[in-house]
Design a protein around this ligand. Structure first.
Ligand SMILES: Cc1cc2nc3c(=O)[nH]c(=O)nc-3n(C[C@H](O)[C@H](O)[C@H](O)COP(=O)(O)OP(=O)(O)OC[C@H]3O[C@@H](n4cnc5c(N)ncnc54)[C@H](O)[C@@H]3O)c2cc1C
Length: 466
């Protein structure tokens, strides 16, 4: 246990990642209360020790970037006590908040001011503002609002020598040199500690039209997405998809979360689509939306959701990650592809991999409108028709021997189809070796030059990313 002021924390919460894939042994966990304390701690560590620092927010990251190593020579610097909203500027439509504020809290505070913090995903209770920015998180509303970097206007960052960069500007336009904030966003704690950020806010979406649509295959889902973008003039708020195995996985662990009438559609791709209800008032657009759905070349079934159905369908979508966690280890992938290449990629790698591992299968779901697939390979999925048939330890042993090779095959296929090996979860420790293998020498050299110039002693998250 670690004692803070009037608070007690279990050290395991800081030492193990959310998926329980990475186990660390932190030398200590530091819980500063403000930027000044962060600065003093880092300066002291930099001047007097050889230890390194692993910044941590809500510890919900899915790439192992916030977990210390097993050697006891790293300290965790948790930002969770820096959790104040410093200002909200209603006219400027911005807020400045500290790094430890949770996503849920940011959403609530914005809403209390009749504004909207658009980022959203199912770890909202714990994921922190610093973590969102350090991983350039995406999630369920990227189509309209972009990823975290797209609505961050400024940062406050403590550097490796303890100096503070006061870059908390709240300007839409600032063309005064290199965009330094963009250097720190997505840097996974390797370049500086984000202590606060200035973020844009938006008008709340008063009413959404939510549809569930079943398409014959991924190609039709992508075509339907394009069609809806055209008829709504790019006002699709979300376009998510789930394939059969993802639904079956949820059924295995949370059967009550799968609507009964889904059984007859299990061979389809199930899409969740959200549009702004502004289109409902415009009868021409509305009839074009209906026409897009009614095109049975694309869509075999669709329905407009009631509020209850909307909750049910989003709960199902969000349950996939939790069901995966229950199911045991898989080869997790968070890949990004041009939409036009997705069907070829999926056919190509499925055939290739199942030839070698016929008992396995892909759990394919994600943010298809963004070209982002959570394309996870479960090595014994076809043999596991009921819970517990294959022991967790069998999967662990299998993956010890085969995970790197399988990941390598998938990533090679991603590169062949002009994609990226991570869309939103980041490199962390999980994809570090693959990043080295697949990134060009030029890119790696530029990244190392930046790292060396900002953190010459390599004390900030040295085992991550590079
Ligand atoms: C159920 C579930 C669903 C998820 N869905 C999504 C999704 O849809 N989209 C998505 O993008 N992600 C998703 N995630 C991943 C995760 O929630 C996000 O990456 C989130 O942004 C991480 O925030 P965190 O505060 O937990 O960061 P942590 O896990 O604590 O840290 C993540 C990385 O950021 C660094 N870091 C953290 N705070 C700071 C800081 N203040 N300064 C510098 N570096 C820092 C850490 O060193 C680490 O490298 C999901 C996770 C779970 C568990």
């Amino acid at each position: 246990m670690i004692a803070g002021v009037n608070e007690f924390y279990d050290i395991e919460n800081f030492a193990v990642d959310w998926r329980k894939k990475f186990y660390g042994k932190p030398l200590a966990v530091m819980l500063p209360r403000n930027t000044n304390e962060v600065s003093r701690l880092i300066s002291l560590i930099n001047r007097t020790t050889n230890i390194s620092i692993v910044p941590q927010g809500g510890n919900t990251g899915l790439a192992g970037g916030g977990t210390p190593n097993e050697h006891g020579n790293q300290v965790v610097l948790s930002l969770r006590r820096l959790n104040e909203i410093r200002t909200i500027d209603f006219l400027n439509r911005t807020l400045i908040a500290e790094a430890g504020c949770s996503l849920l809290n940011l959403q609530k505070v914005a809403s209390e001011h009749k504004l909207y913090f658009p980022l959203d995903f199912s770890s909202r209770d714990s994921a922190s503002l610093g973590g969102l920015l350090a991983t350039d998180a995406g999630g369920l509303s990227v189509l309209k609002y972009g990823t975290a970097k797209d609505f961050c206007l400024g940062l406050e960052v403590v550097l490796a020598n303890g100096e503070v960069w006061h870059g908390l500007r709240s300007l839409r336009k600032d063309n005064s040199g290199y965009s330094l904030k963009d250097l720190f966003i997505g840097s996974e704690g390797t370049l500086g500690i984000i202590t606060a950020a200035s973020m844009r806010l938006f008008s709340p979406v008063e009413k959404r039209l939510t549809y569930v649509a079943m398409t014959v295959n991924l190609s039709s889902a992508i075509e339907l997405f394009g069609e809806l973008c055209s008829v709504t003039q790019d006002n699709v708020l979300a376009f998510e998809f789930m394939e059969k195995n993802a639904i079956n996985l949820v059924r295995r662990y949370f059967p009550e979360r799968v609507p009964v009438n889904f059984d007859e559609h299990l061979n389809s791709v199930i899409c969740i689509i959200e549009l702004s209800a502004a289109f409902e008032k415009n009868s021409t657009s509305y009839s074009s939306i209906s026409e897009a759905f009614a095109n049975n070349q694309l869509c075999t079934y669709y329905t407009k959701c009631s509020e209850t159905m909307r909750k049910t369908i989003w709960q199902l979508r969000e349950s996939i990650t939790f069901a995966s966690a229950e199911d045991g280890p898989q080869v997790k992938n968070d890949i990004s592809l041009p939409l036009s290449r997705i069907p070829d990629f999926v056919d190509y790698i499925t055939q290739k991999l199942l030839k070698v591992h016929p008992h396995g299968d892909f759990i394919n779901f994600g943010h298809i409108g963004d070209g982002n697939l959570h394309f996870n390979f479960a090595p014994f999925f076809r043999r596991m028709s009921c819970k517990g048939e294959i022991k967790r330890q069998d999967i662990v042993n299998f993956l010890k021997e085969n995970e790197e090779v399988i990941r390598g095959m998938i990533n090679d296929a991603v590169v062949l189809h002009d994609g990226s090996i991570t869309a939103e979860h980041g490199i962390g420790k999980l994809r570090k070796s693959e990043n080295h293998r697949l990134k060009s020498d030029v890119e790696l050299r530029i990244m190392r030059t930046i790292k060396n110039s900002i953190d010459p002693k390599n004390i900030l998250n040295p085992e991550v990313l590079l």
